[in-house]
Design a protein around this ligand. Structure first.
Ligand code: BGC
Length: 768
């Protein structure tokens, strides 16, 4: 015992001596190390950047390239610099859910499917920012649990033309809706501690030659329409990042425009995050650094070399690079990667599927419902026609496509809702689709998409037989599009097979006094005017995400009352669209230039000002109930810096439902042409029971009254009388009130930037 004590004592003594010595040494080393090597999070960003070598700085501003290793299927990754405590961040698409590889090589034990939420244009049709926020919340949770640091979403370019290939990813023709929806999405996603990248900044409104086209657009149209949604999103939600677009604006790539990325985005709007390029966007990495495009994605060696050489030759001041790197580091500091978040790879897909279904039901639009054809009585026997009834399109193609675990077909959704499905038709369609799909060649690349399968010929005898065996017909018309190509004009119209299908089925079912419902399962607007009279009801279901079949059934059987409204006008014919003469630009095959000759008169701003009747107007959507609007009041009859508008919505019908109250403003011109009216506020009510009312309040700010005057380079509100128009669509205005602005008001003076190289012969109404 004694000897053990002695031994221990001796040993302890020895340890003490050496331990003390080691502690001193380590402390000295740590001190020396921390003096020379600052660490992100412990030392200031300035110190960390100051400690970076030129090579490290350049690595930080240029991404790791294609196929980033950390999360398979993610779009990009930033470089780590372990020496300085800087981790790598994972960037992944967007915007309808997390886009990653669902099956991983050498890993058969687990799958990595993501929830396919409804596409953005459906979400916008809900006109419900809290709903969009809840989708963002689920999306962000999923991104977080799959190891993603920044979601490449939301996308908020304006619907300029119905043929835009990526319109499904975008929200609206109106910048207030686009901006508010994007802000809600950003806030939802970022509430999980992951970032977003609002894209594509700016005026990326077409896919035709998207990487080279020069968008020629006036400062006024930019400020009021194309920039405005981004301005709202930045000011309301301060996203972690912004993605510059592929196209040029007025002669220069957006990623290389200092006036856009620094003067407007940062100096005027107060953006605090960093800007990244779209993937391989632009052509001059040095100009990108100078412009304030801080990160180049996905990044390659050539770009690294060019930036390094530019610093060495003095063409690029290293302090510019310091600023770019510093901005990236500020975001790295907030990232899950920096916080060493131990992601589970196990998000709550079940809970998110529910969110996806609810969102889908709230953004579908009932366009037509003659003699209350809908809802269909539960238990009805349904004959489902159209390929998309059995091969539903849940989202668009390209980087916006999500790898979901399953999708609910419409026939399955209807069956789950208790409808009796015509099994003969089911079998015939499924066989036909399988055979036709097998004939198609494998896609050659990411942008190659097989031609849609043409509709089967249903002859009159067959249609009569199905009419006699069923209570109603549901015809689903499908359309898809995506990155890399715009739609053709022919895609806007139903083709001959589709027209024949609608006609034959409608004639047969109507001859037996049975209803015909058309479901539009589409990425973009299609013609309805030429065929709608043949059918009883039309549900515009958009691309509803993975719960598609269930969500559509929820509306068709009336378990949910439709409350979606158009966030983009449906014109009577394609040539009515104000941009139709200037889309996608010239030369047509590969447009070098596109001029936005319609100026600010996009969407309803055009149809209302120039008196062009649409098939269905902006803001339109039916319900299974009716609503009345009463008691609209203004806080004052004179505008003095601010004004509140209150109005009361009452469910005047028999079933519970939600309504979207819309506030349009008609402003006096005072020398500057003005749209007949502009949306300045919207609110979705809660689910109102029959007889129940809700008071809705809107706040009008000076900017709501103002237009951008390119002569004075300011937002100006003209003195005179303003009319507040409260409605349930842009053409169903229920109450109006007026107020006065006593004298002209300069609301905001901005920088004289972004002017087109030559003046544009813009469309203008006569000033009244
Ligand atoms: C798209 C972006 C996307 C990026 C990364 C680009 O082709 O335009 O929207 O985020 O790829 O996948």
């Amino acid at each position: 015992m004694e000897s053990i004590k002695n031994m221990l004592g001796k040993h302890t003594l020895v340890i003490n001596k050496w331990t003390l010595l080691s502690i001193f040494l380590i402390m000295g080393t740590v001190k020396a190390y921390s003096q020379t090597t600052p660490q992100l999070g412990k030392d200031s960003i300035k110190e960390v950047v100051g400690a970076m070598t030129l090579q490290e700085k350049v690595q930080l501003v240029v991404g790791m390239g294609w196929n980033p290793p950390k999360v398979p299927g993610a779009a990009g990754q930033t470089h780590a610099i372990p020496r300085l405590g800087i981790p790598s961040m994972v960037l992944s698409d967007g915007p309808a859910g997390v886009r990653i590889k669902p099956i991983r090589d050498n890993d058969s034990s687990k799958t990595y499917y993501a929830t396919a939420f409804p596409v953005a244009r459906l979400l916008a049709s809900s006109w419900d920012t809290s709903l969009v926020r809840s989708v963002g919340n689920a999306y962000g949770e999923e991104a977080h649990e799959y190891g993603v640091d920044i979601a490449l979403a939301p996308a908020l370019n304006i619907h300029r033309n119905p043929l835009g290939g990526r319109n499904f990813e975008y929200y609206s023709e109106d910048p207030l809706i686009a901006g508010d929806m994007a802000a809600a999405m950003v806030n939802g996603v970022e509430s999980n501690g992951v970032g977003t990248s609002i894209k594509h900044f700016v005026a990326n409104n077409q896919e035709s030659n998207r990487m080279g086209v020069n968008t020629i657009v006036s400062e006024r149209a930019l400020r009021e329409i194309y920039l405005r949604g981004f301005e709202i999103a930045v000011k309301k939600a301060q996203p972690w990042t912004v993605m510059s677009s592929y196209n040029k604006v007025n002669g220069t790539y957006t990623a290389q425009r200092h006036d856009l990325l620094t003067t407007v985005l940062r100096d005027e709007w107060g953006f605090k995050g960093f800007v990244m390029t779209d993937w391989t966007g632009g052509d001059d990495p040095v100009a990108q650094m100078k412009a304030g495009n801080d990160l180049i994605e996905p990044g390659n060696e050539k770009q690294i070399k060019k930036i390094t050489d530019a610093v060495k030759s003095g063409d690029l001041d290293e302090t510019v690079l310091d600023q770019n790197a510093g901005r990236i580091l500020q975001i790295v500091l907030k990232s899950p990667a920096f916080k060493k978040y131990n992601y589970s790879n196990n998000p709550d897909l079940k809970a998110h599927a529910k969110v996806s279904r609810t969102a889908a039901t709230d953004g579908m639009i009932l366009l037509r419902n003659e003699q209350q054809a809908l809802p269909l009585p539960s238990g009805d026997k349904i004959a489902a026609f159209g390929n998309a009834s059995y091969d539903i399109i849940i989202g668009g193609t390209g980087s916006g496509e999500v790898n979901e675990a399953y999708k609910v077909q419409l026939d399955e959704g209807l069956a789950d809702a208790g409808f009796g499905m015509d099994q003969g038709l089911q079998k015939t369609y499924k066989r036909y689709i399988k055979t036709e799909k097998a004939k198609r060649p494998e896609p050659k690349n990411f942008f190659d998409h097989p031609e849609p399968i043409s509709e089967m010929n249903i002859d009159a005898a067959m249609a009569q037989k199905k009419a006699s065996e069923n209570n109603a017909a549901v015809i689903t018309i499908g359309r898809n599009a995506g990155e890399g190509a715009d739609r053709e004009v022919s895609d806007f119209y139903l083709n001959d097979n589709e027209k024949a299908l609608v006609k034959t089925v409608s004639e047969a079912f109507h001859s037996q006094n049975k209803k015909v419902v058309v479901v539009l399962n589409v990425d973009g607007i299609v013609d309805v005017a030429s065929w709608q009279d043949q059918v009883d009801a039309i549900l515009l279901a958009w691309q509803p995400g993975q719960e598609a079949g269930h969500a559509i059934a929820d509306l068709l059987d009336g378990s949910i009352n439709p409350s979606g409204k158009l966030a983009t006008t449906i014109p009577i014919k394609y040539t009515d669209v104000p941009s139709s003469k200037n889309f996608p630009g010239t030369p047509e095959k590969k447009p070098e230039e596109v001029t936005y000759k319609e100026g600010i008169y996009n969407g309803y701003r055009y149809y209302d000002t120039f008196d062009v009747k649409p098939a269905y107007e902006f803001g339109y959507g039916l319900s299974y109930t009716t609503f009345s609007i009463d008691n609209t009041n203004l806080s004052s009859s004179n505008f003095d810096g601010q004004l509140s508008v209150t109005t009361e919505v009452t469910n005047s019908g028999d079933v519970a439902g939600k309504e979207v109250v819309q506030l349009y403003l008609s402003a006096p011109s005072n020398g500057l042409d003005k749209p007949a009216q502009e949306l300045k506020g919207f609110a979705k009510t809660k689910r109102l029971q029959p007889g129940e009312s809700q008071t809705v309040t809107f706040e009008l700010t000076p900017k709501d009254l103002a237009s951008f005057n390119p002569e004075t380079v300011s937002w100006e509100a003209a003195a005179g009388t303003y009319t507040v128009r409260i409605g349930v669509s842009s053409r169903d205005i229920r109450q109006t009130k007026t107020f006065k602005l006593d004298s002209n008001l300069t609301v905001e003076k901005v920088h004289d930037v972004l002017r087109p190289e030559h003046s544009i012969d813009e469309l203008k109404p006569e000033i009244k």
